[in-house]
Design a protein around this ligand. Structure first.
Ligand code: ASP
Ligand code: MG
Length: 415
């Protein structure tokens, strides 16, 4: 069994769906599990709908637009449109229903945002069938079991593994199609695994089924040592060790979701990152291997915020005060991307989210004077060489700099 994952960009319009169908069709010599994400920017659109509903915006228009977006794709793909239009109507009704239901915010978010993957998988499944590609549609909500941490469901591996194995034992289908990103808790509420979590779903399924490999199909030729849009001449890696790939994602490389590597590495399942634009390119193989002289790897993590907590009396930052800060961060589930201390202040950089930031400041302001800067980018250069080390240290607008023997990080103001 192989697992293929197609993200939003690979199903963003009708021609993308045709292209992914031909990739799938060309790989049916052995059992295949296909995982799809929501089409294009659907997840963002659903997030915006919730936001508009809450803030008194025109959410009805946004829902109509989202329906139109899918309908246009369907019109290009299908000879017979009315069954698809009916399904879309039903799913949009579900969006309305969950909006109007008074619920916990995060729980409501998951019930609504997960529908993007449902719509996408229903459309793709129907298209497979129309194209005579026999395929079984699998509802991942019935199989990926998580706890009730909405927006960031923690997987119950024992139950999830039993569910997938039972499915495969009962099924005689060569091709199955399911959704990334979504699961459900023990009460039957839908949960999601965190934004961009479809890669992680592919890894979970592969691990549960002891798959031969996972392939993530992307709009880039493989894993590169820098974003080619920022750095011309960026190179594609032929292969990478799991550890290196995992660290890249930690620093913010968006090519693979950070949680993807571990389940695969634990079972020694190789991960291929390949181009859906040019499937004949070899792409990158991530597996257990040793590579000498990796080129410097440059990762830009945008939308960062630097917070400084200054002690308010004439003392120095104490361990007790640090523990207050860490406790607050832990409570709010905020991850530190880089940190630094001085005699009278402790500074740390986190992903910027306005409401989380305000809550954090509320927690800290009794003990510290809190300052912050937003609109920052954290640049990490892993495996730096003399040239990259010197040039990034001269970057304009540096607020914080830190280096070890292998890694340099600079936090800079956006130009
Ligand atoms: N559709 C979800 C998102 O955009 C999951 C994914 O694309 O991996 O976050
Ligand atoms: Mg996506």
């Amino acid at each position: 069994m192989k697992v293929f994952k197609f993200g939003g960009a690979s199903v963003k319009d009708a021609s993308a769906v045709r292209n992914m169908t031909s990739i799938v069709g060309a790989n049916l010599t052995e059992p295949l599990m296909v995982v799809v994400s929501a089409m294009g920017k659907t997840t963002n659109a659903l997030e915006n709908i919730i936001r508009s509903y809450t803030s008194g915006g025109d959410y009805q228009r946004e829902i109509a637009e989202l329906k139109q977006f899918h309908l246009r794709i369907a019109e290009e793909l299908f000879e017979e449109i009315s069954p698809v239009a009916d399904t879309l109507d039903q799913l949009m009704d579900e969006v309305y229903m969950h909006l109007e239901k008074a619920d916990d915010d995060d729980k409501q978010y998951d019930q609504i945002v997960s529908l993007g993957e449902i719509i996408s998988s229903v459309l793709v499944h129907r298209y497979f069938l129309q194209q005579q590609v026999p395929c079984h549609w699998v509802d991942a909500r019935n199989l990926i079991r998580t706890d009730s941490t909405f927006r960031e469901g923690k997987v119950n591996w024992t139950e999830t593994e039993a569910n997938w194995q039972a499915l495969v034992v009962q099924s005689s289908h060569t091709l199955m199609l399911t959704q990334g990103f979504i699961g459900s808790d023990e009460h039957g509420n839908t949960t999601t695994l965190g934004r961009e979590g479809s890669d992680y779903t592919a890894a979970i399924i592969a691990s549960c089924l002891n798959a031969d490999s996972v392939t993530i199909w992307k709009d880039v030729p493989g894993v590169m040592n820098a974003d080619p849009k920022r750095i011309p001449g960026a190179q594609v890696f032929d292969e990478l060790p799991y550890k290196e790939a995992a660290e890249m994602t930690y620093y913010g490389a968006s090519v693979i979701h950070p949680k993807t590597i571990k389940p695969l590495a634990l079972k020694g399942i190789p991960l291929y990152v390949k181009s859906f634009v040019n499937p004949s390119l070899p792409g990158t193989k991530i597996h257990e291997c040793k590579i000498d002289n990796l080129p410097p790897l440059i990762v830009f993590k945008e939308n960062q915020c630097l917070i400084s907590c200054k002690v308010t009396d004439y003392t120095f930052v104490s361990e007790e005060q640090l523990s207050t800060i860490f406790h607050a961060l832990n409570e709010l589930n905020i991850r530190i991307n880089v940190m630094q201390n001085s005699a009278i202040s402790f500074s740390f950089c986190i992903d910027f989210r306005e409401n989380k930031l305000q809550t954090l400041i509320e927690h800290l302001k009794h003990d510290f004077e809190v300052y912050y800067n937003t609109q920052l980018t954290l640049i990490t250069i892993k495996n730096y060489d003399a040239h990259s080390f010197e040039s990034y240290r001269k970057h304009s607008g540096i607020l914080l700099e830190q280096s070890s023997r292998s890694t340099l990080q600079v936090l800079v103001r956006n130009a």
